[in-house]
Design a protein around this ligand. Sequence first.
Ligand code: RIB
Length: 299
Amino acid sequence: MVTKIAVLGSINMDFICNVEEFPKPGETIKASNFITQPGGKGLNQAVAASKLGADVIMFGLLGNDIFGKQLEKIMNKTDINIDAVKTYDSSTGLAFINVNRKGENNIVIVPGANQKLDKKYIDHHIDIMLEADILLVQLEIPLPSVKYIIKKLGNEDIRIILDPAPAVELDEFPLENVNLLTPNETELDKIIKGTTYNKGIKKLFKRGLNSLIVKKGKEGSEYFSDITNYHIPAYQINEVDTTGAGDTFNAALAVALLEGKCMKEAMKFANVAGALTATRKGAQTCPSREEVEKILSRI
Ligand code: RIB
């Protein structure tokens, strides 16, 4: 069954350096390798969902520079519907990523055109967005625009999965309209601001959040709702580059849920897809559907 997923989010060109260790303040170091690759949490999720078998439509902005043109060419070669991706008179979103020998990363983004995605763009595209069964959204586009779309879709028949990355405090955020919030542990810390894990999560549910999945990398993922809580162990791999693994997780989860898998099975599927992404260099290295299925049949 083909499922329809809308992704509203960032489109970046990633500049990726492989380093032994992250540079300390004031230090100059040599990279062992450098590549440019398409990225952006929005586009990464769109590419992953499409690779895993969903019918995907992308909503986002490119800049009118060389990177925008390169990204457009690349996107045109995918199965993603990019009719709603527009070019804005600005630079394209960029991400500067260091990956260390443990496969960990740190990322500096220059939002460029992503920052121009406003309410007008959303109003213009909302009817097409509503044809989807799930909306995947992250926080690399302006926060007011994310709040706006989530408020607007509140009474509509579309599920919203919000990836709160890069993390911000989600005060005054319409959490009651979010079906699933998917922070990693660092992002959750920022959202709950120094409160204990349990108290912080309870507060989110008091504010109306429907459910929460905490992405824990090598520790798997943990599901919370106001009535239940369970942990799904990770598929163990040797991490080469964790960039984009969380994006694949979200995309895979959406695909599995739309295909009717229960939450536990969907998380298993997403854990495997995310883990396999971390075995390869770059952010858009989501495995094929067959690769994920093959592993799932063995574990
Ligand atoms: O989640 C990974 C992504 O974060 C990278 O592709 C980079 O573009 C940044 O947005």
